[in-house]
Design a protein around this ligand. Sequence first.
Ligand SMILES: [Zn+2]
Ligand SMILES: [Zn+2]
Ligand SMILES: [Zn+2]
Length: 294
Amino acid sequence: MDKVDEQLAFRLKKTFKLYIRSALENALSETPSESNVLQTIINMQAAIELIGKFFVLQREGWKGIIKGQFHDKTEAELLLLIESGEIQTTPYWKNKEFFSNEIYLNVDDIELLDKFQNHRNQVMHLGMSSSPNEILNESIWFMVRVINQLDWQDTLLMHDQYLANSLKSLLGDGLYQKLLNNSCYISESVDRAYEMYPDDMKHCLQCANESWALTNNLDRVCFVCGYRGNQDVFGFADCPLCEVKGEVVFDALNIGFNEYIRGKCCSCREFVNVSKCKICDQVSPHPQTCDSCI
Ligand SMILES: [Zn+2]
Ligand SMILES: [Zn+2]
Ligand SMILES: [Zn+2]
């Protein structure tokens, strides 16, 4: 059934990206109109429904998001049903229940999640008599607190999923800059990173914000730009230039094979050569001698 998973993933990924871009474009409009507010609500809610479904698909396979009455179909039948649009997927509340148990949501986040759903229902069923302007700010919080936890990096091309500025790939350059420059996105993301992982925060190698956290899965993930990678890939040494501890990032998998390699300080953003001590394995700036062995 790999092909069924593949087809569903292809559709969800593509459509999620269209909705999230449209939601943020409307939310960040310079002179927001009533239409921008409505479009933000509708597109943001559609984005959460699709990325939520994709999140379940990634973990449970196609049966996790397709209604039970289709579970005994053959692969060929399912592909035809997908193609003709006759396949039925599980309702949002079910996927919401699933992802709510997997991610961190505080009381405010749960309220926010319900709020968007209610606003959308109101818009679609009766129309709204007045448009809630605070929704534009709330949509940025929604992105930071909910959508950013649902691994949207997995909807991108493989080379944009890891060790890349994934958010820029998701939104495109213009919208990415607008989000970072014209909203509370960065400060909200840094706050969220500290709220969840206060103990081991670094400046992001990619976007330089202090939001590169070590998560429970032992991945390093930037809460601003989505830059992520397995913690084992990264080594951290002290910076001789700005003297900040443990912010020179180097390639931990290759340092043993080279006399020295080039690292980059996440704090002062300068390149620093580092080498591994042949006696105690400590990594220090090169050619300085190892502190521990003097
Ligand atoms: Zn970053
Ligand atoms: Zn430095
Ligand atoms: Zn040493």
